[in-house]
Structures are given as structure tokens and as C-alpha cells.
Design a protein around this ligand. Sequence first.
Ligand SMILES: C[S@@+](CC[C@H](N)C(=O)[O-])C[C@H]1O[C@@H](n2cnc3c(N)ncnc32)[C@H](O)[C@@H]1O
Length: 249
Amino acid sequence: MLKTKSKDKIFADKKDKMSDFNFGKETAGVFDDMLERSVPFYKELQRMMCEIAVDFAADGTNIYDLGCSTGITLFNIYEAVKKDVKYIGIDSSQDMLDRCRARFSGNNSTNQYSLICTDLNNGVNITNASVVVMNLTLQFVRPLHREQLIKNICNGLNTNGCLILLEKVLGNNSDFNRMFIKYYYEMKKRNGYTELEIAQKREALENILIPYRLDENKDLLKKSGFAHCDTFFKWYNFCGLVALKSSFR
Ligand SMILES: C[S@@+](CC[C@H](N)C(=O)[O-])C[C@H]1O[C@@H](n2cnc3c(N)ncnc32)[C@H](O)[C@@H]1O
């Protein structure tokens, strides 16, 4: 049985030369711990995403998790939704997907899931979807490709479907941004990360995690075809949005 929660010490030692953060084997091996100690209200967010997914999931449809990593969210939704649904996890890291597969098979899940290794920068093929989740993934898709990706999602969602989008966000100006990031790093310290770990990870993420402001994300959803969206979660530099194609449910 795969050990799923090794402690994240990736940035604990001083690195002479910092390279870009990646989602390879080393990160995949400690990712569950990394998420739990780096995302505010992690367990509550999981609960909320499941709660929303349960409401929108419909028999005979697909539920997608884009950037599913080791499958925590996808598996929690799988356990929460009591419907005849197929679960599809997509990620560009095979190491993450291997862990995701181990999570499903280690829990004797049925074969109602499939895992696809592909780069979301090239768009995505979504069909017959009642729920699409993007939990802290859009921020890693290059800005140039985000609108096309969100359009693909909107087109592939059924009329009554929803997109659940969680993102790191920028504050509305540089003062708020500085404040929010300071409070975020205080949270990481409370969760056991050292100043060195925080600083080195920040540097490693600099070129690959590109957050938008909350209103920019809302605009993106609207111009990509979503009729409605609202904020279901906001904590300093994190926000959760739920977007609907139609208000007729
Ligand atoms: C912060 S993690 C997401 C956490 C995950 N959604 C969860 O709920 O546990 C970001 C994930 O997105 C994946 N990713 C980043 N860029 C991607 C891309 N261009 N295409 C597909 N997956 C990507 C990474 O491999 C990583 O597993």
C-alpha cells in the first residue's frame, strides 16, 4: 500500500541554484502534506467542493478534475457523490497520476474512473460533464491559453453543470497584495514551514504560478461563456468560485 503522507521538506535545505518548481516524483511523494500545510482551510474547502459537486452531479454524466494531482479532491468527490457517474482526472504529471491511481485502486474503487496525462495548455476535451473542478490548477496554465481552456470547459458542460474553480489570487492593488501574502506566509509558518522554505518555494514558483485578481477570473469566466458565477470562498489571496452555464436547474 502506498504511503500517501510523507512530510514535505523539498525546500528545507539551502539551494545554491533555484530551478522552477515542478510536479515530478519528488513533489508527488510529499504533495498531500504540502497541500494540507499550504492551503488555508484545506479540509473545509474539500468539504465545500464535495458539497457543491454532490448537488450538481447527475446520473449518466462525467465529473472532471483538471490538474487532479494525487487525486485527493477527485477521490473525496467520488466518495461523496452517490450517483452513476464517471470520474475523469487529468494532469500533465504522470508521477501525480500514478499516486492518484494508487489512491483509487488502494481503496477498492470500481473502474468508473479514468486518468489522462495531458497538458491543459493545449486545451481539453470535455464531454457530458455535470461537474468540472479546477482546484489550484488554472494558475499554472499559461495566461495565453486560459480563455480557450475555460471555453472548452463551458462547451463540454451540460446545461445544468457547474465549474468549481479554486485559485490563488492577487489583491486589488499592491498594498492589499503585500498584506495578503504576509498573512499567507504567517499561516505557512504556523503550519511548520521555515522562512527559508517559504522564500525558496516562492522563488521556485515565480515564473510558473501566475495568479489573476478575483475580478479578472470572474471576467474570464463570463467572456468564456458562463452565465453566472459567484464567490463561495475567500481568504486573503485564495478564492473559490462556482460558475454556471445557465440558471435553469
Ligand atoms: C496545485 S496542484 C492541484 C491540486 C489538486 N487539484 C487537488 O485538488 O489536490 C496543480 C496540479 O496541476 C497540474 N498541472 C500544472 N500545469 C498543468 C498543465 N499545463 N496541464 C495539466 N496539468 C497541469 C500539476 O501537475 C499539479 O498536479
